[in-house]
Write a new protein. Structure first.
Length: 370
């Protein structure tokens, strides 16, 4: 396998449209890196430049230490799995998987061995004589992955490979691709718009927006220590709550006062000293839904950070419930994740506790974390 290094990679289309802005990224040998972000953020364009399917406007791309800017796709020793499977409809599963090897004039015996090995790994041995139209979506995707495996490339590239599958199959294929990575010890670069795929599959996540990298980090770090408001809001479901307000001094305490005056929350000591220079200024307070609970249920220090709210919508999710609430009439809506056994009634006023140890604070102008 191999490392992949992008130095100042930039892509500009006709008309001056910049799709990717000077991206620097080093992917280690055997690492699983996920490029994630909303539509149009440049993630697929980046993958296609690595594959050689898009020209690089500026910057340098290295695969296994070799500069490959001008190397044709077929000579980069990569294999790509596409969203639409890209299988030949007139060929059987076996022929689809063997086709690339035949073009490279591998011996027939080696082709047979590689195809059978890949089919065994993916559990598709019984489909070898079928054509794609006789397969389900999940089976076709396995064939597409198998076609990549038989190549034994230096780098595997996945371009939103699961987006055409139903929810249950997506979960199953996520697990299978993760196990495949562990089994092959391969370098894999995976593009998706699905944050769940990013969080569950990647060793590291590259989160992009408008052609710029926002943060590169492990799934846990990107969830617990987002560098800006976009990252904090994109990763996590339901999304992080954001409350606009001010930091105010009340005696010896620093309080976050929501703009609507519906919530007043005391900062923890570690945040008081760190944010004291922002006292009296506008600020954005962020907290994830799972860090809000019934006030009666918490015994921690954060129990002091309480607020009365009005329940607007209740969404039972089975093992938990999403409670959407406002702090004042016609105010902004927020959400909490609570155990299903504690499900409140719509329209009821309840008291919630905010775990201030998990709070994040953002500059309203730059949206960077403070």
């Amino acid at each position: 396998m191999a490392s992949v290094k992008l130095e100042g990679i930039k892509k500009v289309y006709d008309g001056g449209v910049v799709a990717v802005h000077e991206l620097d990224l080093e992917i280690n040998d055997r690492e699983f890196v996920v490029l994630v972000g909303p539509s149009g953020c440049g993630k697929s364009t980046t993958l296609r430049m690595i594959a050689g399917l898009e020209d690089i406007t500026n910057g340098t791309l290295y695969i296994d230490g070799q500069r490959v800017n001008d190397v044709p796709p077929k000579d980069r020793d990569i294999a790509m799995v596409f969203q639409n499977y890209a299988l030949y409809p007139h060929m059987t599963v076996y022929e689809n998987m063997a086709f690339g090897l035949k073009l490279r004039k591998y011996p027939k015996q080696e082709i047979e061995q590689r195809v059978r090995e890949a089919a065994a790994i993916l559990g598709i041995e019984e489909y070898m004589d079928r054509k794609p139209k006789a397969l389900s979506g999940g089976q076709r995707q396995r064939v597409a992955v198998g076609r990549a495996i038989v190549r034994k490339p230096k780098v595997f590239l996945f371009d939103e490979p699961l987006s055409n599958l139903d929810a249950k199959l997506r979960v199953q294929m996520r697990t299978e691709i993760s196990k495949l990575h562990q089994r092959l010890g391969a370098t894999m670069i995976y593009v998706t718009h699905d944050q769940t795929e990013a969080m569950t599959m990647g060793d590291r996540i590259v989160l992009m927006k408008d052609g710029f990298v926002q943060q590169i980090a492990s799934p846990l770090q990107i969830y617990t220590k987002p560098v800006n408001r976009f990252v904090a809001g994109f990763i996590g479901s339901p999304a992080m709550n954001f409350l606009s307000g001010k930091l105010e001094k009340r005696g010896r305490k620093t309080i976050f006062e929501e703009s609507s005056k519906g919530i007043s929350l005391p900062l923890q000591k570690k945040d008081e000293s760190r944010l004291k220079r922002f006292a009296g200024n506008e600020i954005v307070f962020g907290i994830r839904p799972e860090h809000i609970c019934y006030a009666a249920k918490t015994q921690s220090q954060s129990a002091k950070a309480k607020a009365k709210v009005t329940v607007e919508v209740v969404e039972p999710m089975g093992n938990e419930t999403y409670v959407y609430f406002t702090t004042r009439k016609e105010g902004q809506q927020y959400v909490a994740r609570i155990p299903s056994a504690e499900q409140p009634a719509v329209g009821k006023t309840i008291e919630l506790s905010f775990d201030m140890s998990q709070a994040r604070y953002f500059d309203p102008a730059t949206e960077q974390v403070l």
